[in-house]
Design a protein around this ligand. Structure first.
Ligand code: CAA
Length: 380
């Protein structure tokens, strides 16, 4: 077993770290205040090859490995978790839906190329007002009409929704079969009847764009159906397994970002005539947090390697998502506390990181759902 990153992985990590520092850190507080997504920076990430990193060249990707992609999401999220999720949803959830589907390779390329090049955004339309954790409870329908399908329904909490050129929409082609009648369609922005609904006003990841997507008699060609009829639920679940690795990387990045700020603060801030870290209580607290981050990190990297090497990764992904996002919440909360009054102020960044961390315990399957997946395998 070798715990060293390869030269290529280190190079991606360094590139993403530099990009985050130079391109995302300036303006991150302002974007959080104004709920504005750094669209131009996303295009630049595409040019750097980060968006299409883990996909084969034949569909427009970079042919890199999944751990490199995880390292990139981690570095980006250390600085800007809103970009972390916009990036991860485009790559893991939209990209994953197409890549894991039954579509022929030319179709995959058609639907992926521009998103993987960072020229435009992809989004994932599964969740509905009454189908959250119970993802199989979707009621959006797709009815065959000649060579087309007509889609009707309402999707919610769509990350990248207002920005997306392409959305993977999960809809019932055989409603009587419930989740076994779900299929997946690629719907392009501007298709008549496909509209952005309410744009959400959120606690954290404030610059990420999250909205409802309304489907009113949306006509899409049958060739945009990327699953066999009824295979949509399994595609969504498989895709979410990959997405959860992305959210785990986002959580880990948030935890590490807050940890680094707290470390610097404890070294430079003096009270009672000595730097804060000379208080054993605070130094021990940092030691505990460091262990938590390190443990979560290796569970995540292992999940990425399992996926990369074709081993089953549902359970590793659920473990990584659970551990890394719990670490994100814990470390950011402790960081705010260790920075005291300053920690509560926006300019020190950790309060934003604490708000950003909360959603990582919720989306792409709440952490209770991750425990359901893990315990389900334990007692199968
Ligand atoms: N991969 C492939 N197939 C899978 C699978 C997986 N990981 N998990 C389940 N399946 C298959 C099962 O094998 C089963 O197939 P058969 O019927 O042939 O046996 C079928 O799917 C149904 O499985 P279950 O009976 O286990 O399904 P369920 O209805 O009980 O649901 C669940 C299981 C784990 C609770 C699932 O509903 C789930 O993951 N819920 C959470 C949904 C979620 O993560 N939503 C996030 C949306 S994205 C988002 O957050 C927005 C964003 O933009 C960031």
């Amino acid at each position: 077993m070798n715990f060293e990153l390869t030269q290529e992985q280190k190079a991606v990590q360094e590139m993403a770290r530099t990009f985050a520092k130079e391109e995302l850190l300036p303006g991150v507080l302002e974007r959080d205040a104004k709920s504005e997504f750094p669209v131009e920076q996303f295009h630049k990430m595409g040019e750097l090859g980060l968006v299409g990193l883990p996909y084969p060249k034949e569909v427009g990707g970079q042919g890199g490995d999944y751990l490199s992609y995880v390292l990139a999401v981690e570095e980006i999220s250390k600085v800007d978790a809103s970009m972390g999720i916009g990036y991860s949803v485009a790559t893991s959830l939209y990209g994953g839906s197409v890549m894991n589907s039954a579509a022929p390779v030319e179709k995959k390329r058609e639907f992926l190329e521009d998103v993987l090049a960072g020229k435009c955004f992809g989004s994932f339309g599964l969740t509905e007002p009454n189908a959250g954790s119970d993802a199989g409870g979707c009621i959006t329908t797709a009815v065959k009409d000649g060579d087309d399908y007509i889609l009707n329904g309402l999707k919610c909490f769509n990350t990248n929704g207002p920005l997306a050129e392409y959305t993977a929409v999960y809809a019932l082609t055989e409603p009587e079969k419930k989740s076994k009648g779900l299929s997946c369609f690629i719907v392009k922005k501007g298709t008549p009847g496909f509209k952005v609904g309410k744009i959400e006003d959120k606690m954290g990841i404030r610059s990420a764009q999250v909205s409802e997507m309304i489907l009113e008699n949306v006509r899409v060609p049958a060739s945009n159906m990327i699953t066999a009829s009824g295979d949509g639920f399994k595609l969504a679940m498989k895709t979410l397994d990959g997405g959860r690795i992305g959210v785990a990387a986002q959580g880990l990045g948030i935890a590490e970002g807050a940890f680094e700020i707290a470390k610097e603060y404890l070294k430079t801030r003096e009270q009672f005539g000595k730097p804060l870290f000379k208080n054993q209580y605070l130094a021990f607290k940092m030691a505990e947090l460091e262990c938590e981050i390190e443990a979560a990190k290796w569970v995540l990297y292992k999940a990425a390697i399992d996926k990369q090497e074709g081993r089953p990764y549902s359970i590793p992904a659920a473990r990584a998502k659970y551990l890394c996002t719990e670490a994100a919440m814990h470390v950011t909360t402790e960081a705010v506390q260790m920075l005291g009054g300053n920690g509560y102020m926006k300019e020190y960044h950790v309060e934003r990181m604490m708000r950003d961390a909360k959603i990582t315990q919720i989306y792409e399957g709440t952490n209770e759902i991750q425990k359901l997946v893990i315990s389900g395998a334990l007692f199968r």
